[in-house]
Design a binder for this molecule. Structure first.
Ligand code: NAD
Length: 469
C-alpha cells in the first residue's frame, strides 16, 4: 500500500484575508484587537492569550511531578495563502526572526505567485514484532491469510474512527534479518482521520500482538506506533511568476533566485548543510505544532527519518526553475498531527488557536504546517544567498541581548535599536550602553547637574556610530 497524494482538496474559503499590513507595528493589545476582524475573540480569550492559557492546576493534571507552567512567546505569522485560502498561523517559539521571516516570505509568494498543497490519507503505522517463529515464511503467509479477521479485531478497539470512515486498513508483513536472527514484523496501517493517532494505533497493536503471536506460534515483543509516518505525507509547492521581488543586497531578483537554487544544491549534496537547512524548515513547523497542541517530537522524528530515506540525509525542501523559467519551491514530509485527541481539546490556549486557524480536517492543518515550514525555509535560504543571515537576525535578536545584559523596558528597546544601528549586537556593547543610558538619565535630573560624573559626561562619546567593528 503506497502513499497516494490526493490532489489538494479545496477547503471552504472563509472570505477572510490574512494579509494584515503593518501588523508588526502594532503593540501587543492592538494586535489582539486586530485579530477580531478575523476571529471574534472574547475578552476572556484575549486575556488568556496575553497572560495565561494554562493554569498550574491543569498542568498538574497533564504531567507528573508538575511544579508550574513554563511560558514561551506566542506570535501570529500573517499573509499565508494556500490552496486559495488564507490562514493566520499561530507560532509558539522563542527564536526571534522566525515569525517575521515566515510572514514576509508568505507575502512575497501570495503577491507574486501561488502556493498549493496535497496530502495523502491520514494513515499511521503501528509495528508488531514477533520473535521465535520456526518458519518465518509460513508465519508471514499465515498472518496474511488471516488479515481480514485481524483487521476486524483491530477495529473493535475504536468504533469512533471506524464510524468516521477511518480504522485499520491493512497489514503488511516483513521478515526482518536482525542481530538476533529473523523476526516477523507486522505493520498495521490505520486511517486515523483527524487524530494524530499514536494512542489509537498503539491500542490496536497491543490487542493484536498476542493474537498474531498465537497464530504463528511465536512471542511478541514491541507493539508500537512508528514515527516514520511515511504513509501520511504532505506536499506543498509554490511557484513565483517573476523573481524581481527577490532583488536584495545589490543582487537582481534573477541573480538572487539563481544563488538561492545553488544554496539548495549545496544542501542536497552535503548532510552537514542539509541538517541546518532542515532546522530552518522545522523553525517554521515546530512553533505551529506547539501552538496547536501537537506532538512536535513525533513530527521531528518523522521528518528527519524521512529526510534520510534514501540512505543519505537530504533537505526536505527543494528549489528549482521549471521549463518556463519560473522559480518553484517544494516540501514533502510526513505530518502526523491531529485536531482532536492528545491535548488539543484540553489546553485552553490550543482550543482558542485551533478555532482561529480555522481548519476542517487534520489533513488541512497538516498542509498549513508544512507550508509554514516551506515559507520559513524559503525566507532563510533567500537571506542566506543574498545579504547573509546575521544582519537581520542579530537586529531582531538585539532586544534579547539587551535584556541579557540587564536592560529592561524602554531602555532595552533603546539599547537594541542603538546596537542594531551600529551593527554591533554584542553583550559587551549592551553593558556599555546600559551604563551610558543610566548616567544620561541621572544627569538629566537637575539635582545631579553638579556631580562630577555629570560634568564629565559626553552624550556623544559612547554613541559614536562610526565606531563599528
Ligand atoms: P487520543 O488518545 O486522544 O485519541 C483520539 C481519540 O479521538 C480516539 O479515541 C478517537 O476515537 C477520537 N476521535 C473523535 N473524533 C475523531 C476524529 N474526527 N478523528 C479521529 N479520532 C477521533 O489521541 P491520539 O491521536 O491517538 O494520540 C495522540 C497522543 O499520543 C499525543 O498526545 C502524543 O503525544 C501521544 N503519543 C505519541 C507517541 C509517539 O509519537 N511515539 C506514543 C504514544 C503516545
Amino acid at each position: 500500500m503506497k502513499a497516494v497524494f490526493k490532489f489538494g482538496k479545496k477547503f471552504d474559503h472563509n472570505g477572510k484575508s490574512s494579509r494584515i499590513p503593518g501588523f508588526y507595528k502594532l503593540d501587543l493589545s492592538q494586535r489582539l484587537d486586530k485579530l477580531n476582524d478575523w476571529y471574534k475573540l472574547t475578552r476572556n480569550e484575549k486575556w488568556m492569550l496575553k497572560k495565561e492559557t494554562l493554569t498550574p492546576e491543569l498542568a498538574d493534571m497533564m504531567i507528573e511531578n508538575a511544579i508550574g507552567v513554563f511560558g514561551i512567546p506566542l506570535g501570529i505569522a500573517v499573509n499565508l495563502r494556500l490552496n486559495n485560502k488564507d490562514y493566520l498561523v499561530p507560532m509558539a517559539i522563542e527564536e526571534s526572526s522566525v515569525v517575521a521571516a515566515a510572514s514576509n516570505a508568505a507575502r512575497l509568494i501570495r503577491e507574486n505567485g501561488i502556493m498549493v498543497g496535497q496530502a495523502t490519507e491520514p494513515i499511521m503505522i503501528s509495528q508488531i514484532q514477533i520473535v521465535d517463529v520456526e518458519d518465518p515464511e509460513t508465519a508471514r503467509q499465515k498472518i496474511l491469510d488471516n488479515k481480514e479477521r485481524l483487521l476486524s479485531v483491530a477495529n473493535q478497539n475504536d468504533f469512533t474512527i471506524v464510524r468516521l470512515g477511518g480504522g485499520a486498513r491493512n497489514i503488511e508483513v516483513e521478515i526482518l534479518e536482525t542481530i538476533s536472527g529473523p523476526m516477523i514484523i507486522a505493520n498495521l496501517l490505520v486511517d486515523c482521520r483527524d487524530a494524530m493517532g499514536a494512542n489509537i494505533v498503539n491500542t490496536m497493536a497491543e490487542n493484536l500482538g498476542p493474537i498474531i503471536a498465537d497464530l504463528v506460534d511465536g512471542n511478541v515483543i514491541c507493539q508500537i506506533v512508528s514515527n516514520l509516518s511515511d504513509r501520511r505525507l504532505v506536499k506543498i509547492k509554490f511557484t513565483l511568476d517573476n523573481v524581481d521581488c527577490l532583488a536584495r543586497a545589490g543582487y537582481s531578483g534573477k541573480d538572487a533566485a539563481e544563488r538561492l537554487v545553488k544554496a539548495y544544491h549545496f544542501a542536497d549534496a552535503d548532510p552537514h548543510r542539509a541538517a541546518t537547512h532542515n532546522k530552518g524548515v522545522m523553525n517554521g513547523i515546530d512553533g505551529v505544532l506547539i501552538a496547536t497542541g501537537n506532538d512536535w517530537r513525533a513530527v521531528e522524528a518523522g521528518v528527519h527519518a524521512y529526510a534520510a530515506r534514501d540512505g543519505r540525509y537530504k533537505p526536505v525542501t527543494k528549489y528549482y526553475f521549471d521549463e518556463e523559467g519560473k522559480l518553484n519551491g517544494e516540501i514533502e514530509i510526513p505530518m502526523a498531527i491531529g485536531i482532536v485527541g492528545g491535548i488539543t481539546k484540553i489546553h485552553p490556549g490550543v482550543k482558542i488557536l485551533l478555532k482561529m486557524i480555522n481548519v476542517e480536517t487534520a489533513s488541512e492543518i497538516a498542509q498549513v504546517i508544512a507550508a509554514a515550514g516551506l515559507v520559513q525555509n524559503f525566507a532563510a535560504i533567500w537571506t542566506l544567498a543574498t545579504e547573509g543571515i546575521q544582519k537581520g537576525h542579530m537586529t531582531l535578536h538585539a532586544k534579547n541581548v539587551a535584556v541579557f545584559a540587564g536592560a529592561i523596558g524602554e531602555m532595552a528597546i533603546k539599547i537594541a535599536n542603538q546596537m542594531a544601528h551600529e551593527g554591533r549586537v554584542r553583550f559587551d556593547r549592551a553593558k556599555e550602553l546600559i551604563k551610558h543610558f543610566m548616567i544620561k538619565e541621572r544627569c538629566e535630573d537637575p539635582k545631579h547637574k553638579d556631580d562630577q560624573e555629570c560634568k564629565d559626561y559626553n552624550p556623544f562619546k559612547l554613541l559614536d556610530n562610526n565606531n563599528k567593528n
